[in-house]
Design a protein around this ligand. Structure first.
Ligand SMILES: [Zn+2]
Length: 682
């Protein structure tokens, strides 16, 4: 039965989403089960909480544990809903899912603002007697989140705080909308094919289709991300690159071809002002401090020192790479020339194409190799089992420890198909808990979008795909190997999000090791291993222009962090000055004066990366440094793996991320390993 018919077949039997006795009953869940199940579970949570709060002076076991269990049940009901919405989307599913989103958000706000619950948790924290460290951490994080939701504020302030939050949500949504509209408002019509020289065939075909649709001759190049990247890397025509660069880097601003139409300038001012005010109400000096309240980095000074140190090193390397590229090009380079010449240099030097590697990475071989790596490191085995699934491509595996005990489960769904959200991710299906009467083993979803098998051959992966698979398995291990009993802290829950990419990024490291690659690769037709020369070129390509890439990341990170750390209502946003300072510290490539990249920097003005963009680099440092412990002891050293499992993976949010790292590595993180890996060590 296909997923659509299964989803359409609502039955009169009890709602399968509310059956929490085992794995989700995929195959029986219909779109019209969704909203009733969510409403029923929310009602149960509200009634349950009311009953818990009615108990006089309830202790941890009588209040926090049953409340955690209620929250856990809600997550379990909602997990298969959001999963199905992402992997087998249909109009009915989407409508049902969208109907539930505001219900879930409303409940979340209600909990965050619940004075009575807040007071009860405070009382337990003060009493604290007989609580173990994990229980204390449950209270500590819950109270932190109450504070960040504005619960403890006096009534008048609380109302203002709520208004700010609402206004910010609207302004940020408007920012994103302007970026989208500005992006869609520009395109380039080309009639002379020579002007498009160098562009890949799929870009040309897409552009020809758009021109035909619009009834114009030739080609129409839209200003979307993939087309912009293709033009920057492959278009031989310099003027075309320049025009695209200008259109892209002035979107939603006062400059460029759409100047003033969707201008985000005022929104940036307003967003920064309101964030600063909100931070002040909560007792923080600025928004950067507020951002760090939920992160591994402990202070504004620590982040700035981290960024300044790396910026200096990356800038130095970037300048050398730029000089080399300029010599290769034989002419002075503008910002819109870098990508084009870099692509040519890369081809000349490494001649490694992702496409040429595909036959060496058939998916069954990669999976076998991945399981071998997990066996060597953690003694894990995976055993496929037949359970109800949402699609024929999906599979379910029991995760077994060395002694054969089941420690959790894992759903895999790896191929791209219509109706499935793009990208790759790990999601929680069931979180681990040991709460009485509700004990559950962890179950994870790993979802990717690899090109499906064709012509009687298995799916063939690029090396990038292999790395992606390892990355998501790293998140899954974090989820599956947890030993924490409380759902709010088990697995990836409660983990500071500048540290949550450590388990995933460290797994990627094995994809770059000559000890591991032969386990993952064998030619789909001949079974031959990856030839030594191809392997070497692949490994070398990792370092290509690491300086230029890193310098850019650091420029963005410094700009973002300083913008929020140095904000003062009197001086306003100071975009230009802050950007100039970040560039002076980090950049190698001179951007033109009219570049307005900040006006489309949705990560920080519309998304969750405000005063948090540094996290990308932070997590890279953690992963490379943690992996260097394996390099020292042997990349499959089981004692090192056991330590990583015990000190980091098993602990989830029950322990501060820095404490976990130090316990594993014996010291604080050091960027030396990352710099060495990228060829930037002195
Ligand atoms: Zn990740």
């Amino acid at each position: 039965m296909s997923e659509t018919t299964a989803l359409a077949a609502a039955t009169a039997t009890p709602n399968p989403l509310l059956d929490l006795t085992g794995l989700p009953r995929y195959g029986e869940i219909a779109a019209d089960h969704i909203e009733p199940a969510v409403r029923a579970q929310l009602a149960q949570c509200r009634a349950g909480l009311e009953a818990l709060l009615a108990q006089p002076a309830a202790g941890f076991a009588a209040l926090v544990e049953p409340f955690e269990a209620l929250q856990q049940q809600l997550s379990r009901v909602f997990a298969p809903i959001s999963h199905l919405n992402a992997v087998v989307n249909t109009p009915e599913l989407r409508a049902a899912y969208n109907a539930c989103v505001p219900l879930m958000a409303e409940y979340g706000t209600e909990i965050g603002q619940n004075e009575e619950l807040h007071v009860a948790y405070q009382r337990l924290q003060v009493a604290a007697v007989g609580l173990n460290p994990v229980q204390r951490q449950v209270l500590h994080y819950a109270l932190r989140d109450f504070k960040l939701a504005g619960v403890g504020l006096p009534a008048a302030t609380k109302a203002r705080y709520k208004d700010i939050m609402q206004e910010l949500a609207q302004l940020q949504a408007k920012f994103e909308e302007n970026v989208l509209d500005a992006t869609n408002a520009w395109h380039r019509n080309v009639v002379d094919e020579a002007e498009l020289a160098g562009l890949p065939a799929h870009v040309m075909a897409h552009a020809a289709g758009l021109a035909a649709e619009a009834g114009v001759a030739g080609w129409r190049l839209p200003l979307d991300g993939p087309t912009y990247m293709a033009v920057m890397s492959h278009a031989a025509t310099r003027q075309l690159r320049r025009d695209f660069y200008e259109a892209w880097n002035t979107r939603a601003s006062d400059r460029g071809p759409g100047a003033g139409t969707y201008d985000n300038s005022q929104l940036i001012e307003d967003i920064l002002r309101l964030r600063h005010e909100a931070a002040n109400w909560l007792g923080f000096a600025n928004y950067a401090e507020l951002s760090l309240a939920t992160k591994m980095a402990s202070s504004v000074e620590e982040v700035l020192a981290f960024l300044a140190d790396l910026a200096q090193r990356y800038q130095q390397a970037a300048c050398v790479e730029l000089a080399e590229l300029t010599a290769f090009a034989g002419e002075p380079l503008e910002a819109w020339d870098i990508g084009w010449h870099a692509e040519r240099l890369k081809r000349e030097r490494y001649a490694v194409s992702e496409e040429a590697l595909r036959p060496y990475f058939p998916l069954p071989r990669v999976m076998e190799g991945l399981f071998t790596v997990l066996g060597k490191l953690y003694g894990l085995r995976l055993k496929q089992r037949a359970v109800p699934l949402w699609h024929a491509d999906a599979s379910y595996h029991e995760v077994l420890s060395q002694d054969g005990a089941i420690i959790g489960g894992l759903y895999l769904d790896l191929y791209a198909r219509p109706g499935k959200r793009g990208g790759a991710w790990m999601g929680e299906c069931i979180g681990r808990t040991a709460l009485q009467a509700h004990a559950t083993l962890p179950v994870a979803n790993v979802v990717c979008n690899f090109a499906p098998p064709s012509a009687g051959k298995p799916a063939l992966l690029t090396h990038y795909d292999v790395t992606t698979l390892f990355h998501e398995f790293g998140h899954a291990l974090h989820h599956l190997l947890t030993r924490v009993d409380y759902p709010s802290l088990s697995g990836i829950n409660g983990v500071a999000w500048d540290a949550v990419e450590l388990p995933s990024q460290i797994m990627e490291q094995w994809c770059w090791r000559p000890e591991a690659l032969p386990l993952l690769s064998s030619h789909v037709d001949t079974g031959e291993p990856l030839p030594a020369e191809l392997l070497e070129r692949l490994l070398n390509s990792r370092r290509f222009q690491a300086g230029l890439f890193g310098a850019r990341q650091l420029e963005f990170a410094l700009f973002d962090f300083q913008l929020h750390a140095q904000y003062s209502p009197a001086a306003g946003a100071r975009l230009a000055e802050t950007l100039a300072a970040a560039r002076a510290t980090a950049a190698a490539v001179q951007a033109p004066e009219w570049n307005r990249f900040a006006h489309a920097f949705s990560h920080i003005f519309a998304g969750g990366y405000a005063a948090g963009y540094y996290s990308y680099k932070w997590a890279e440092v953690l992963a490379a440094d943690a992996f260097s412990a394996f390099e020292e002891a042997g990349v499959f050293d089981s004692a090192t793996a056991q330590r990583f499992r015990d000190e980091v993976l098993a602990c989830g949010g029950s322990r501060e991320a820095m404490d976990a790292f130090v316990a594993f590595r014996g010291r604080k993180p050091d960027p030396a390993a990352l710099l060495r890996q990228q060829g930037l060590a002195a």
